[in-house]
Write a protein that binds this ligand. Sequence first.
Ligand SMILES: Cc1ncc(COP(=O)(O)O)c(C=O)c1O
Length: 402
Amino acid sequence: MASFSESDTLKRVKPSPTLAVTAKARELARAGRKVISLGAGEPDFDTPENICDAAIKAIKRGETRYTDVDGIPELKAAIVAKFKRENGLDYKTTQVSVSPGGKPVIYNAMMASLNAGDEVIVPAPYWVSYPDMVLLAGGTPVFAVAGMETGFKLTPQILEAAITPKTKWLILNSPSNPTGAVYTAEDLKALGEVLKRHPQVWILTDDMYEHLLFDGFKYATIAQVVPELYDRTLTMNGVSKAYSMTGWRIGYCAGPEPLIKAMSKIISQSTSNACSIAQWAAVEALNGTQDFIAPRAEVFQKRRDLVVAMLNNAKGITCPTPEGAFYVYPSIAGCIGKQAPSGKIITNDEDFAGELLQTEEVAVVHGAAFGLSPFFRISYATSESVLTEACSRIQRFCASLK
Ligand SMILES: Cc1ncc(COP(=O)(O)O)c(C=O)c1O
């Protein structure tokens, strides 16, 4: 039998490290260990009932056939209304595209636009999929490190230094996975000043966590606060996180028509339309009541406060307070060089996460996976009792380091 060999394109990328941590935690749990997994990036709430009902009605109405490749007109209209209502952005339905999740929106945008040698600025720490999507599309990720000292946010100086004549895209993600950092309107205006000087740079803004904001933070997205960039910005969003619909697979974007058309060409020759039933559920998500969003964000804020306080009481850990999403990204600089109970010296964040999992059975994702060490990411999308237990275990683990 001929042996299988991966394509050269695929050899450039690695499987998602966050999914790998979840798989490892599941494997230990199957072996009878009491693992707490804080690796997965999805809300623990159920999809609201009105949205589920809309899906059931859609099935019963027979909305079970192929749709327009990049979304039904009703969903596109709901997306146009959402951008106007929540972001003050004017788009026509011809500027809108729907995909099976936020992930394919980004992937298709890269596939539609990148040529070999084109550079994409990815601020680090980054969501794990950005660099690999750029590589799959034949581009070159350029990492712009935005560390704890700048609140994990790109500054105009860091951005300016990363731009070259080959820069095609800047990817912005606010609130951020993995840090929870959120850009203010002022932050975005300052970045806009740099971007205005470099007309070859397009902006992909991943606003997936827009509705998970704390302490009254007022959301801003770049096309809204720097209108001069509207013609080269792809504003991406989705229903996965805000509406607890990760499994339904609906993401969307709006931007310049030629880009939207190019993405539609890819969709037509790859996945075709997102699930017709999920699209009708998304219509209800965007047009229906938004009343559950704020109370859910409040629950996340309480969890954030609990986790930040407990981690800052763990020896060797410094945990900044994020303004959004459901992640914290604490530094473990104070644990490096110490010895774990197993005898292993903690030389980096991968050692830290590995020893924490083996000794205290808490699964977290090491910072190197997100391009910035020595840190780790906790997803706190789980109950306060589980978080309290997990953070107590982390405190005990840190206290045991010598
Ligand atoms: C920053 C960010 N963007 C996009 C996505 C993808 O969302 P979806 O599940 O809709 O593909 C995620 C999911 O974890 C994410 O964290």
